[in-house]
Design a binder for this molecule. Structure first.
Ligand SMILES: [Zn+2]
Length: 102
């Protein structure tokens, strides 16, 4: 197995996993439920992770690279809850309010 994506925001990690599934790549989440029990672990250790089989790793990394470049636009702030959202989100990840038209 190979780690192809990790992020502190679980929504983004699930998004990456779903995107891989759409490309026919079987991916599994790890650390999915660990954020409530951080204890002595460093925050990095508790980020949810997306893992794929070794034979799918090259393709998966290409998908993730495309995902990351899509995410790298300007973030936007939700008008409802003021949460910051990634550029690729069409609705607020926290409250589902639609992205304001620019
Ligand atoms: Zn919001």
């Amino acid at each position: 197995m190979k780690l192809v994506y990790t992020h502190e925001n679980k929504i983004l990690v699930e998004n990456a996993k779903n995107l891989l599934s759409e490309h026919g790549i079987e991916a599994v989440l790890r650390n999915e439920f660990s954020s409530g029990a951080m204890g002595d672990l460093s925050p990095m250790d508790t980020w949810p992770e997306v893992w794929v089989n070794d034979d799918a790793a090259v393709q998966a990394e290409a998908v993730v690279a495309a995902l990351k470049s899509a995410v790298q636009g300007p973030t936007w702030q939700c008008a409802h809850c003021h949460e910051e959202n990634e550029a690729s989100f069409d609705v607020c990840w926290q409250c589902q309010t639609e992205k304001p038209a620019v």
